[in-house]
Write a protein that binds this ligand. Structure first.
Ligand code: M6R
Length: 609
């Protein structure tokens, strides 16, 4: 949520900062702005997407200098206007601040600062930081000390990057809950809220720990804590291929990422099966502790939550442990019964979703073992959890989660099987059998992607629908939820996912002549029940698009359209059946003229509660 990028080095900062922002725009696109230290502070900012800022720069001229920073905003405090765009300045225009997150006590700070004579011109929480730093700099110390002193007065979860005319060769960054990384280049140093923003300059990064402050200069970075004590965090090398963070000839990132699913699944499985055994050393925990587990919680948001719902079925079936999959933002506000005999899986592509992070922190405080399932090496979730299993999906730039959904499910199957292995609830040959099935998923997903033309034709037919229902049973239910989420977030068509058996308890009232219903009706133990549910909606005028198993002829007699996907064991079936639903959402959205990579009101990484 909000993208931050900074550069200090020998080259012109502006093009590097803009390139970083381009790679970060998925974090928010309500406004964008840059500040370059060019003798003064050259600040240009505009409401709207990055293109608006670039047009403004073309018109006004580019500020030149080799120290600069930029911001792309997802609005929280104050409407998306030019004035509320970052960077924000102090009274004298000597200090500039960009910010990700929320300053919770901004209102009282604003009142105090205004009483003391500061003039605040925006409605944002960020601006008070610039004025606070201005105040602290009056004491005459270095910028880093002023930022530390200012941060001591702030409440909330945020990361900041600050520059000042008093130290024109440096940027100061600080992390309090929201992500910030440093990129260590050759004679240049970068700051960013996310790794893709620095990949065009370096693959050596240092993710900041909680409460860490960094002074960034061309020669390198100096890390301290909020008391000024030196720190020495280890850099990591990111093995993401730069090309994987580019569109690579595709119209959109999302379409590319749909096609990358088979490779992402393969990469997630590779090296984790040794012979017939599963080896997950990354979990870092002891197998004894896993044997003591009596209950599992899965906490996550949005698409990641849907993957957790799928995992619930697999974990319960393979380990006989009770599982609760819960929306992370609800989890810690009730009083879940946690303790050392519980295992919490915190699932998050970004590893920075604050709701998931806080749920994981809550679980840890209550003594639960926490395993992170995340796509982002060095993310807060990965570093704070007891163990971590990475989904090797590579960078996902489209706001809609696709390949990370597939790999989140696959990773959780691995955790489930690992639990079964150490707890002895499955024979080794049974585990090997499931691993073989997992190995076949990439090829099956490829065949599902090949439905593209058929799906496009359906999208053409139903693109103007007002409402679309998605129904399924057993693992088809979370798949239906995911199908509905994809359609609504991308195309703004009202879409709902329901357990098919629940329709008759209310939602069936929504069915009238012509309402499209997407039914997940693959061959499994609830298949006959699904056929009945399809007939119920057909009888009331619905147009049914069934996602069915290859070779199935029965459902064709009941549905208006059938999309055939390869037969897959039902616990793993969501990996395959969601693919045509992703494609449907993609095509409907494209036909309706929606921006599929950057849907309105959304951001890729949600770091505010
Ligand atoms: O980074 P996370 O996996 O924690 O993100 C969670 C959700 O915000 C995310 O899955 C969201 O629902 C997707 N953009 C939907 O496509």
């Amino acid at each position: 949520m909000c993208g931050i990028v900074g550069y200090v080095g020998p080259d012109e900062a502006l093009p590097i900062v803009l390139e970083g922002l381009r790679r970060l725009e998925y974090r928010g696109y309500d406004s964008a702005g840059v500040a370059v230290l060019d003798g003064g502070l050259g600040v240009v900012k505009r409401a709207g997407k990055l293109g608006e800022l670039e047009a403004a720069l073309d018109e006004e001229g580019n500020p030149t200098g080799s120290v600069g920073m930029g911001h792309t905003r997802w609005a929280t405090h104050g409407a998306p206007t030019d004035r509320n765009a970052h960077p924000h300045l102090d009274c004298g225009g000597h200090v500039a601040v960009i910010h990700n997150g929320i300053i919770e006590n901004h209102q009282s700070l604003r009142v105090r600062l205004e009483k003391e004579g500061h003039s605040l011109v925006s409605e944002t929480d960020t601006e008070c930081v610039a004025h606070l730093v201005e105040e602290k700099l009056r004491d005459g110390g270095p910028l880093a000390d002023a930022v530390r002193a200012a941060v001591r007065e702030l409440e909330g979860a945020f990361s900041l990057v600050v520059c000042s005319l008093d130290e024109p060769d440096a940027l100061v960054g600080v992390k309090v809950s929201s992500p910030l990384i440093v990129g260590l280049g050759d004679g240049e140093t970068l700051l960013a809220s996310d790794i893709p923003a620095v990949l065009h300059r370096t693959t050596t990064v240092v993710p900041l720990d909680e409460g860490m402050l960094v002074e960034v200069r061309a020669a390198g970075a100096t890390f301290t804590d909020l008391d000024g004590m030196p720190l020495d965090p280890a850099p990591i090398t990111v093995d993401w291929d730069v090309a994987r963070a580019q569109k690579g000839g595709y119209e959109t990132f999302m379409r590319k990422e749909i096609d990358e699913q088979p490779a992402a699944i393969r990469d997630t499985l590779v090296g984790r099966m040794v012979g017939e055994r599963l080896v997950l050393d990354e979990l870092r925990g002891s197998d004894d502790a896993l044997r003591e587990v009596t209950k599992v919680f899965v906490v996550a948001c949005g698409t990641a939550f849907h993957s957790g719902l799928v995992a619930k079925y697999a974990i319960e079936h393979w380990t006989r442990l009770p599982v609760e999959a819960e929306i992370a933002s609800e989890f810690r506000y009730r009083d879940p019964v946690l303790g050392p005999d519980t295992l919490t899986l915190a699932v998050s592509q970004s590893g920075e979703t604050i709701d998931t992070l806080e749920a994981a922190r809550h679980a840890r405080r209550q003594g639960s073992q926490v395993i992170a399932v995340t796509n982002t090496v060095g993310s807060s979730l990965a570093r704070e959890a007891d163990g971590v299993l990475y989904t090797h999906a590579g960078p996902e730039i489209g706001v809609a989660a696709t390949k990370t959904f597939a790999t989140q499910m696959v990773s959780q199957y691995l955790v489930a099987l690992y639990l079964a292995q150490v707890r002895g609830t499955k024979f080794p040959e049974e585990i090997a059998e499931v691993l073989t099935e997992l190995d076949q998923l990439p090829a099956k997903v490829e065949r599902a992607i090949a439905l593209d033309d058929q799906v496009r034709a359906l999208a053409e037919r139903y693109r103007d629908a007002r409402d679309v229902l998605f129904i399924g049973r057993h693992t088809g239910y979370p798949a239906a939820l995911e199908g509905a989420l994809k359609l609504k977030e991308l195309s703004y068509v009202h879409a709902e996912g329901h357990p098919a058996g629940e329709l008759k308890h209310g939602p069936i009232a929504l069915i009238e002549d012509g309402v499209p219903v997407v039914a997940v009706a693959t061959r499994c133990h609830v298949y006959p029940k699904m056929l009945s549910n399809i007939q119920e909606v057909r009888a009331r005028g619905a147009r049914v698009i069934a996602v069915a198993t290859e070779g199935d002829t029965e459902v064709g007699a009941l549905a208006d359209h059938v999309l055939h996907v390869p037969a897959t064991p039902e616990l793993m079936s969501p990996v395959v059946v969601t693919v045509p639903m992703q494609l449907l959402a993609y095509h409907v959205a494209t036909m309706r003229g929606c921006d599929v990579d950057q849907p309105r009101n959304l951001a890729k990484s949600v770091t505010v509660e």
